[in-house]
Ligand binder design. Sequence first.
Ligand code: PNS
Length: 162
Amino acid sequence: MHRVVCPGSFDPVTYGHLDIIGRAAALFDEVVVAVGTNTSKSGLFDVDERVEMVQGACAEWSNVEVDTFSGLLVDYCRDVGAGGVVKGLRSAGDFEYELPMAHMNTQLSGLETVFLPTAAQWGHVSSTLVREIAKLGGDVTAFLPEDVARRTVERAQQGSAS
Ligand code: PNS
């Protein structure tokens, strides 16, 4: 497969996300990291800030580009010419959440989903937990690139973007 999309909220991007993006970049010719909005989650950063942080964190991979998307993932993938999406799986819970979406996306447009098991060291890491730790004054530097960690702590102490 030539081009794939790694979709997510990336609020903020974690080492777990970067593990998946880096491995996708090694497996596929081109990777588009698509920063979307999950309407059921309350955000810390706006989309432009998330894109900026993902771009900084992905600078080492020349075949990775960062974009935003809204609406249906299948429509976005068609528009950018991607035949598949790559998703990380941390747990059986992730699988149960992702499987119906993968089936739906295949039924809607033939879009394939490739699941990569999250590296064991990041299996417990989520943006949601990291945001909570930062809000409560904990140390998040083990889970986030340096610049992202600094911005997350600053923002969490101020309150959310939206
Ligand atoms: O894992 P995340 O970070 O919560 O993912 C957020 C996002 C925006 C990638 C996800 O909510 C998504 O894929 N939205 C697209 C909407 C869509 O296509 N819905 C139908 C799925 S079958």
